[in-house]
Every structure is written in C-alpha cells, then in structure tokens.
Design a protein around this ligand. Structure first.
Ligand code: ASP
Length: 607
C-alpha cells in the first residue's frame, strides 16, 4: 500500500510539474511580461476545476475569508468602478471587490484602473485581505477584497447598447441583437450551466448506467410524409432538394434494425412551423430508442434518467410518475396535457338541464353534444341561486364562479383553456393556486392512433406519427375501424407542458404499409427505405424524445425557451444578431439552379 501511495504521489507531483512547466513555456514564448508570475503558478496552479490551464488562479466568485493572505490572479470584466477606490470584477462565477491602491508608489496602477470603462476585460494580481469591519456585505465574496499589485488590461470596452446588470430591463429584440452581451447576465450564465449539467448527467445515465450508444444521424435528409413542415435545402443537382429532419425518427428506427439495441442522441431537430410562441425552428431533443422493450420499459427508463439528472438544488422528484389516459385527461381537463398542480376539473352537467332552453336543446342534439362546467373558487355564484342540483353537482359555494359551455365536441377544450386562463387570472390577483417550485410530472397514455384532420375531417392523420403501433387489443380494428384504434403512444407532461412523447413502433412492413397507404393516404414510396428495412429482420422497438429546451426552461422557471438557448431565433424565426436568413446573390444561386421570384407590390412582404 505504502509503495502504491508513493507511486500515486509521484505521479501527481509529476503531472503537476508537467502542467506548470508546459504553461510556463507557453507563457515564456508568447507573453514575456507574465514571466514574473511563473513562480506563483508553479506552486498554486490547480490541476482541475474552473481555473486549471488558465491565466487566473481563482474565479471571481470563489474567494472567502480562508483565502486571506493568498496571492491570487483574477481575470474578468469590470462590472462597477467606484470613486477611483475599487473595481468590482465579474466572471461567470460571481463578483470580487478589487481595491485600487492609493499610495504614490502605485500611481501607475491607480491611473490604469481609474480610467477603466465598465465591461473592460482585465487581469488583476493581488493579495486577498479581510474587509475592514463594517464593510462586509452579503455577496458570497463579501468578507474579503483583493489589494491590487499588478493589472493587465486585455480589452477596453468602448460601447455598450445596455448595461450588464440584472436589474436593467431590456427589450427581447435588443437582447437578441446583442446576445453575446445578454449572455453575460448572471441568470443566462446560470441557465446555460444548468442545461450543460443536465445533459451531462443524462448522457452519464444513458451511456454508463443503462448501456446506450450515442449515435449521430444526418441533418441533410429527405422530405418524408406526416408530421411538421420541413426546411428545404437545395442541392447542386437540378430539381433535387434535401430536407432538414424534423427528428431522427427514421434513423433511430433503422439503428434498431441494425442491431444497435439502445440508441440516444442529443439531436438538433428542425420544423418550419412559422412563428409560434415558445417554439423554435431549430430545437434540441434528447432522442432515445430501444429494442425489445414495451411502453412501461421506456417510461421507467425516462423516470430513472430524470431522477438521475435532476438538479439537486431543485429538490428531488418522485417516481413512478402519475399516469392518466387520454380519455380521462380530455374528460376532466379538456386538454391532453393537463396541469395537475390545481384542481378545477370539468364537470358534465348535461343531465341537470332539462333542455327547456332552446340553445341548449340544439347544442345537445348535435353528435357529442354536452354541457360542461368548471367551478372557479372565489368567483361569483349567488347564494340565493335556485338551481340547487347544479350547486350540488358542482360543489360550488357562495362566492364561487361557475363557467358553463354547451355544444358538440369542442366544449371540453374550450373550458380546458378557460380553466388555465382562470388560474392565471386568480394568480395575478394574488390567489396562490399553483406552487411555483412544484414539478408535477404526468404520463398521458392510450391516445387515439389517428385523429380527423382539422381542415379535412373525413381524412385521418396520425396523432403522434405514422410509425406508432396500435395497442395490442385494438390492433384488429386497424383494418376495419381505424378511427377507434388507440396507439402505444405516451406523452410526458410537466406542469401542463408536453416535454416529451414517444411510442412503441410498428415493426412489420405490411402493417406499416397499410397505415401509410390505406389509412393516411400517403405515398409509401417516399418511405421505401424504411419499409425494406422492416422486412429485413426488425426487432420490436420503441422510444421517446424529450424536448430539452422546454424541459430546461421549466426547471429554471424561465418565461420562454429562448432563455435556455444560447443563440435562439426570434419569434419570427430569425437570427436578429446576424440577420439570418439573408439574401444570396444570383451568382451564388446558380449552382443550385434556383432563381428568386420576388413578391410583387401588395403581395407577400418582400425584403
Ligand atoms: N420522433 C418523435 C418526435 O419527435 C419522438 C418519438 O416518437 O420518439 O416527436
């Protein structure tokens, strides 16, 4: 043991010397004046952590009273400059107060530091001292300050469109235009770091605990039927185009046919869906596929992954998550992604009304006609209302508000939306309804496999995607009454937002062909590669994709997914900073056999 211990120690010392000397040779060769700090680096340079291999010895958020007397090097941005007395230096980790020496002998330092502008980038060498009594503050580094002994100015900040202070409000478009400045805010720094940790732990769980393989799939793909609109990419062959994939769905299924067995990827996906709030034309999914698995297997895997990767500071999450069928979700909440952090369920009051009222009679005579109500606490039900049965059924009390809707089919989604709107209104009036720190996960299962198309109700479309298998007990209906078939499709909902969805797949070519050709009326030749693959020994398989942007935004409590994406697109799907999309000259378009037909006056908005 003693020998092993010595060996280890020698190894560490050797490594330390090696790191320090490679740094010193680098500094010697490129940065002459820094040579004077080399002795400092040799003894104190950390081998690992946020200051390893760095010009600094510590980060700006790191120093505490036990560092008093240490000589340190800090690098960062000048956040505040105070009366020629001190500079508050900032980096990703926090702030440190740096004292400007006042002695005559240090007048050159004073001159440099006093002339700094906010957001200039400097390196300060100095000694940590305890702040004089009474001058401590609540900053994590508020017990100490650093007395400057040397300073190097790396870059003087000339111009700022807004101040980098969390309390300074800026419009979203300004934040987007100067994203590199917006990202300096402590909130954005925290969000991106939390996201990075989350992904790292998901990878760790999938690869190291559960034996998954991280496989990259192409982003230049072809247009395929079903699902969202795809972005088109021109090719040099006349009339031929790639498409950007809306998800790696087909590739991950092909990887199962290939025997990869357990695949995952942190995958960029693209959907040309125009401007929708809280959607991005490009977004990231944690994409998963497994062979020889059933629905419960995938659900347990995701629960384990989320539990493993959940940020400790956000509390722990309990598994298994609650499960609800699509039917119950629609019946009780009017939506397939119910927010279960508050009650206010929909109540069917059809039977209470003896259809005397003409508009109720006609509403109820239509197929699916019903009368639904929600009871909003602290609303305005009159105490002397005569409709006792209604009050009994809804349990409404004096002071509550009853909202009712009558009609075919759409009453539930309508009241489902009103339920959420009521919650927002009540909360804006100070009623505490939903715990902002609660995370309520829910699996929604047993979706219909097909739904009527909105613009063409007699035609069916996939509720999830065309590759989803039917529930075993409904499979025979695929050939007779496809609208009655439920799918092996599951969605994961967090606090009323869909954060993931997946399914067990069709793994037989004949069934896949029937769904594409006879039910969805799609051209199966577009998917001949998949159909052929399914005919060549495809294992039963299934998977899921989690929307990483949305999941992270809920965890950090951000208002928008843009707050957890480093360089997001604007509401209109543009990059405001670089002004993408941008024009391409006719010359550059020639190899693609494309010419632009500019919109005419009064037509669509041109450039
Ligand atoms: N590819 C699907 C999606 O993007 C997820 C899945 O079925 O695994 O929604």
């Amino acid at each position: 043991m003693a020998t092993a211990g010595r060996l280890l120690q020698n190894l560490v010392t050797g490594l330390r010397t090696h790191v320090a000397s490679s740094r010193s040779s680098l500094l010697n060769s490129t940065q002459g004046p820094r040579r004077r700090y080399l002795s400092f680096h040799r003894s104190d340079a950390p081998l690992a952590g946020p200051s390893s291999f760095s010009l600094r010895s510590h980060t700006c958020g790191e120093l505490r009273s036990h560092h008093v007397g240490h000589r340190v090097i800090l690098c960062g941005w000048a956040q505040y400059l105070r009366q020629d007395l001190f500079v508050i230096l900032r980096d990703f980790s926090g702030l440190t107060q740096v004292l400007i020496p006042q002695e005559e002998s240090a007048s050159h330092l004073k001159a440099v530091l006093s002339e700094l502008t906010a957001e200039s980038v400097i390196k300060v060498t100095g000694t940590v001292r305890r702040r004089p009594a009474g001058q401590e503050n609540k900053m994590p580094t508020g017990e100490i300050e650093v007395i400057t002994e040397d300073v190097e100015v790396f870059n003087v900040c000339c111009k700022l469109p807004f101040e980098i202070k969390d309390f300074v409000k800026k419009s979203e478009s300004l934040r987007m235009q100067y994203r590199y400045l917006d990202l300096r805010s402590s909130q954005m720094q925290k969000n991106l770091r939390l996201r990075s940790q989350l992904v790292m732990k998901m990878r760790e769980y999938l690869c190291n605990v559960q034996g998954f393989v991280d496989v990259e799939t192409p982003t230049l793909f072809k247009r395929t039927p079903g699902g969202a609109k795809e972005f088109v990419v021109p090719s040099r062959e006349p009339g031929l185009f790639f498409s950007l994939p809306q998800s790696p769905q087909q590739f991950k299924q092909l990887l199962m046919v290939a025997g990869i067995d357990r695949y995952f990827q942190v995958a960029r996906c693209y959907r040309d869906e125009g401007s929708k709030p809280d959607r991005q034309p490009e977004f990231t999914q944690v994409d998963i596929e497994m062979s020889f698995v059933d629905q419960t297997g995938i659900m347990s895997l995701v629960e384990g992954m989320l539990q493993h990767s959940w940020p400790a500071e956000k509390g722990s999450i309990k598994v298994p998550f609650q499960t609800m069928t699509y039917e119950v979700a629609m019946r009780d909440y009017g939506v397939d992604k119910p927010d279960l952090r508050f009650n206010m369920k929909l109540i069917d009051i059809t039977e209470i009304f003896t259809v005397e009222v003409e508009f109720l009679r006609s509403a109820l005579s239509q197929p699916g006609g019903s009368i639904q109500a929600i009871c909003v606490p602290s609303g305005a039900v009159r105490e002397n209302t005569s409709c006792e049965e209604l009050l009994n059924r809804t349990q409404a009390k004096p002071g509550d508000l009853l909202l009712m809707a009558a009609g075919p089919l759409h009453t539930r989604p309508l009241l489902g939306k009103l339920r959420l709107r009521c919650a927002e209104l009540l909360e804006s009036c100070g009623v505490s309804l939903r715990d902002p720190s609660a995370f309520h996960f829910l699996w929604v299962v047993d979706f219909p496999l097909f739904l009527p198309k909105e613009d063409e109700p007699e035609q069916l479309e996939s509720a999830h995607h065309p590759f989803t298998a039917a529930l075993l007990e409904d499979a025979h209906l695929l050939y007779t009454e496809p609208h009655k078939v439920r799918g092996q499709h599951y969605d994961l909902v967090l606090n009323g937002c869909e954060i993931g969805g997946g399914s067990i797949r069709i793994h037989k070519a004949s069934e896949q062909l029937h769904v594409l050709k006879n039910i969805l009326k799609e051209d199966p030749s577009l998917l001949s590669h998949l159909l052929e693959a399914l005919d060549s020994g495809a294992p039963p398989h299934g998977g899921i994709a989690l929307g990483l942007d949305r999941l992270t935004s809920i965890i950090v409590g951000a208002d928008s997914i843009r707050d957890v994406i480093a360089f997001p697109k604007s509401f209109r799907g543009r990059d405001i900073m670089s002004r993408a999309p941008d024009t391409v000259s006719e010359e550059e378009l020639k190899p693609y056999h494309i010419s632009v037909r500019w919109p005419t006056e009064g037509g669509e908005e041109g450039k």
